[in-house]
Ligand binder design. Structure first.
Ligand code: ZN
Ligand code: ZN
Length: 674
């Protein structure tokens, strides 16, 4: 260094530079103008570096920072961009070339100055030969090696995943992840091609997450169809974007109900118009199916049965399960969530949903995802649902006789053996399809990051074909086999009408899975005995039953909501004859249920043009007539399924409905002036 200074002073210009590797590192870390003062500062910094780091560490810094012209920094970047491989794979000729470029980055720039670079390279190789550093033949091979480099484009595989890992592990030069790069590239291609075909429908994006169920390793992670497409939000990471789940939380709901002993797969739920305190959900196709089994309701993703089941197990119980399964947005929203959450009225990510389904794949056991090779996750997780309930749900979601198969599904299309659930969010903004077998859980989201809805968007038709084709490519006919029936799940005979334990009435019996010691043991009450007179015109109770001249007949025990539905749809059903008019017994059970207006609701009414409000009830099957009272004064008399209208008084108003058996119920509303 001293020699260089003297030289420079005598010649008046800079002829030779002198820097140790450490000083070069200092300059690369803190670039400054080349003055003698700065040189002095740099020497001081160099001493500091030498005190803090070993020679090896300083050399590593140098190799990571050394400039290669353009925006290329570090020998690894140069190796990848000029030779398309990591430095450990370079030949002697290649590493020699790379080593000398930093001395004259512009005059030896690869691609534009290949000849100069080659002769400089060979000069050094000759010196190696003279110094006996390498075998003669090796040197000769290196000298003969052609040099045809040009700058390659930077690798951009798994862009969303790479960005995420970089953020999660700041400053770590190499992050060993569980991604399977061949699989990742194949799925990236599949997603890109698939979304290209959907462009015409105004559908522009998709995201895919592939989880290995055994290790919980994330093996493929596609955040969008094209990271480099700025028009459709290509850089948005669809794996982590918060979206509406549509119906995809229903499997967890039914599994929870199985575990709580509320339901078995063949238990019957009424898919009929229902009012849940002012909330009147509809089905996706706006049709009602009447009485259906729980498994039909789940496989067909019916909304009303799902809301009923949620009401029974209560939203806090479901939210608690979701919280334990790592659903962050739902945890934040928990205070504001109601029954509609089971139809998609909440926020989830593809990552959260796919991870939840992997718990079903792992027989109810929830485990966190493993992105990097280290640290190894503990083998045991937390049971979100029992393995029995997981088995029952998996069984239902494996059935292929269901409406959420893609409409173009036919025999030429390979259907992988998987359990899957689709979802379509409100406004057709999100299409989901999440599937699993024993080895893999794959989550698919298709939609627009702009949030724009598309009429053709549906989980069944738009997301499921991509799920099937990825499964077929990844694990068609999985050698791992299918789930075995848990020891605690057994078969029993149930009444086909109710799914309950058969009683004397139940002549149509079917077999049903149940969880021993958990599933409900209810005797079927789908029919009941009714005493009537001989022509079947009036019915008797035990109080007014005459000594002779009566008959005992079985009548269906229909829930009021089902009677109301049959009346509405004009579906015939056996009606119990009107009760003996001379009976004096007062009945208590089965009072009419007032379904309009809602208890506690507020009405604002203009005095000049008073609006009317509708009164409606659901009455027991043997009721012929109901009586409406407003503030204890008789207002209307009607058939039980007839809607009537009243002009209410202002203030707090008591509305009562009595049936012809004297059973009564009351609600209160408040009516205010607008
Ligand atoms: Zn029965
Ligand atoms: Zn009676």
């Amino acid at each position: 260094m001293f020699r260089a200074i003297v030289n420079n002073i005598f010649t008046g210009r800079r002829t030779s530079g002198a820097s140790t590797i450490t000083m070069q590192v200092v300059r690369l870390l803190e670039p400054a103008r080349r003055t003698y003062l700065n040189k002095l500062k740099e020497s001081f910094r160099a001493v500091q570096l030498e005190l803090h780091f070993s020679k090896e560490e300083i050399l590593q810094m140098y190799l990571n920072l050394v400039p290669y012209g353009g925006n290329i920094e570090g020998i690894k970047a140069a190796s990848i961009l000029y030779f398309g491989k990591g430095p450990q794979l370079l030949s002697l000729a290649e590493i020699t070339a790379l080593t000398i470029i930093p001395n004259r980055p512009s005059s030896l720039r690869p691609g534009t100055r290949n000849d100069a670079l080659k002769s400089a390279r060979n000069k050094w190789l000759k010196r190696f030969e003279n110094d006996d550093l390498f075998d003669k033949n090796l040197i000769q091979d290196a000298v003969d090696e052609p040099l045809n480099v040009r700058r390659l484009s930077a690798p951009d595989q798994a862009s969303h995943f790479a960005l995420r890992m970089k953020k999660d592990y700041p400053g770590q030069p190499v992050i060993q992840t569980n991604l399977r790069i061949q699989l990742q590239m194949q799925i990236e291609n599949q997603v890109k091609n698939y979304v290209n075909r959907l462009q015409g429908m105004n559908i522009h994006n998709a995201a895919v997450l592939v989880i290995n169920n055994e290790t919980m390793a994330v093996e493929a992670y596609v955040g969008s169809a094209d990271f480099n497409n700025p028009f459709d939000g290509g850089q948005v990471d669809g794996v982590r974007a918060v979206r509406s789940p549509g119906s995809t939380l229903k499997p967890l709901l039914y599994a929870t109900a199985f575990d709580k002993g509320i339901l078995t797969p063949k238990n019957v739920l009424n898919d009929v118009p229902s009012n849940f305190g002012g909330y009147e959900p509809e089905n996706f196709d706006q049709h009602f199916n009447g009485p259906v089994t729980a498994e039909f309701a789940l496989a067909n993703s019916l909304n009303i049965p799902a809301v009923k089941v949620l009401k029974e197990i209560s939203t806090p119980v479901l939210i608690d399960k979701l919280r334990k399964s790592g659903f962050k947005t739902i945890d934040k929203q928990s205070k504001d969530l109601g029954l509609s959450m089971i139809l998609g009225g909440c926020g989830v990510t593809l990552e959260e949903l796919t991870r939840l389904f992997s718990a079903f794949a792992n027989e109810g056991e929830f485990r966190p995802l493993s992105f990097t090779a280290e640290p190894l996750r503990p083998k045991k997780g937390a049971a979100i649902v029992s393995k029995e309930a997981a088995y029952l749900v998996t069984n239902i979601l494996t059935q292929v006789t269901r409406p959420d198969l893609p409409t173009n599904f036919d025999n030429t299309f390979h259907l992988p053996k998987i359990a899957w659930k689709t979802g379509t969010s409100y406004g057709k903004r999100d299409a989901w399809s999440i599937g699993y077998n024993r080895r893999y859980t794959i989550g698919i989201w298709v939609g627009n990051f702009s949030g724009e809805g598309v009429p053709e968007l549906s989980g069944a038709n738009i997301a499921t074909p991509l799920l099937f084709s990825i499964f077929n490519a990844l694990d068609y006919n999985s050698p791992k086999g299918w789930y075995k029936i848990p020891a605690n799940v057994s078969l029993r005979k149930v009444c086909a009408v109710s799914g309950d334990i058969p009683s004397n009435f139940c002549d149509h019996q079917i077999t049903d899975d149940y969880i021993m010691g958990v599933s409900p043991y209810r005797k079927c009450q789908h029919m009941r005995w009714v005493f009537t007179d001989a022509p079947g015109k009036i019915s008797y109770c035990t109080y007014c039953l005459p000594e002779k001249g009566y008959e005992k007949n079985a009548y269906p025990n229909l829930a009021p909501e089902l009677v109301a539905y049959y009346e509405l749809q004009k579906i015939p059903y056996p009606k119990i004859p009107p009760h003996n008019p001379s009976c004096e017994r007062v009945f208590h059970e089965g009072a009419p249920l007032i379904v309009s207006p809602n208890e506690g609701s507020e009405y604002y009414i203009r005095k000049e043009e008073p609006q009317q409000i509708q009164l409606a009830c659901q009455a027991a099957i043997d009721v012929q007539e109901v009586f409406w009272y407003i503030n204890d004064k008789l207002s209307k008399k009607s058939a039980p399924h007839e809607a009537v209208f009243i002009s209410p008084p202002f203030g707090r108003v008591k509305i009562s409905c009595s049936d012809d058996k004297g059973r009564n119920s009351n609600i209160w509303i408040s009516v205010k002036r607008m």
